[in-house]
Design a protein. Structure first.
Length: 288
């Protein structure tokens, strides 16, 4: 049996679709678990209207994505876990295909697929994760954040790290899940749809700064793994430093351009008017 774990936080506009696709999954036995990670009263009320479609509803104070997933998986009765966020969904055939792969190959620890990243469910960007062994996950997540894996492997890997509140918890978990000899299998079909949320420039900047802190945390906590790949780690660190330096230079150029424009442009206009004025005076001079 598979346990479908859906995390929910103030996402009432997506719950109907998520549960619809959860029930569509083509497997003989499944249970649907929804973890409400501290939604407000209005979103809790809307979620309660779908009680008949949920086998187990877990409600907790807001603790973050990692904690919500761990809470759902710990209560799961299935041997296989399929987790996804409430605003995303898998196509009906994903579960049966992923389950077959996991049952046939013990070295496969994780199954995901190609994905459509979209804001309207019609058009968007086709994402093709790399998958493979843990080395492909050393510096980036090479699979989707939503995937199927064995509950036993989740336990052996220590679950999701709840200290990582938002972002990178999937990457960190997969790295530990695959080390040392596991594989992540990517089904070469678009069987997942990822909802893209609009983000402001400020939020992107703040996220980027937070990302560096989380990356450092993951490198240090998985010291045993990264010690074996010290040269690659150094290359990655300096690559990010160089990229940051390039971005800083680009921003500086933009700032200097704006300063130059707003300061020099009025001076140019003043010079232009002065030139016209001087020409006007010259034209009125009578030479005898």
């Amino acid at each position: 049996m598979i346990s479908i774990v859906i995390t929910y936080f103030n996402s009432s506009e997506f719950i109907n679709r998520a549960l619809y696709y959860a029930h569509l999954q083509k497997v003989v036995e499944k249970e649907i678990i929804v973890v409400d990670d501290g939604s407000d009263n209005n979103n809790k009320k809307i979620l309660s209207q779908y009680a008949d479609l949920i086998d187990l509803l877990i409600t907790q104070k807001n603790k973050g994505q990692a904690a919500a997933r761990n809470a759902g998986i710990s209560k799961a009765t299935g041997d296989f876990i399929l987790n996804w966020d409430v605003d995303d969904y898998f196509e009906a055939e994903f579960s049966s295909e992923a389950l077959k792969i996991l049952e046939e190959k013990s070295n496969i620890k994780l199954v995901s697929s190609y994905a459509l990243r979209t804001s309207n469910e019609i058009s968007g960007e086709l994402i093709k994760p790399l998958g493979g062994n843990y080395q492909n996950f050393l510096f980036e997540n090479a699979a989707l954040g939503s995937a199927m894996f064995r509950k036993l492997d989740w336990e052996n890997a220590g679950g999701y790290d709840e200290k990582i509140k938002v972002g990178y918890e999937d990457w960190d978990f997969y790295l530990r899940l695959l080390y040392p000899k596991g594989e992540a299998f990517i089904i070469p079909e678009q069987l997942f749809t990822y909802h893209r949320h609009p983000e402001s420039t400020t939020s992107l900047i703040l996220r980027e700064r937070s990302a560096l802190i989380k990356r450092k945390y993951i490198y240090k906590k998985n010291e045993t793994i990264y010690q074996q790949h010290y040269p690659e780690l150094i290359d990655d660190v300096f690559y990010r430093l160089e990229r940051e330096e390039q971005e800083r230079y680009k921003n500086l150029e933009r700032i200097e351009y704006k300063i130059g424009y707003y300061i020099l442009n009025p001076l140019r206009k003043l010079k232009k008017h002065f030139t016209y004025f001087r020409k006007g005076l010259t034209s009125k001079v009578v030479v005898k």
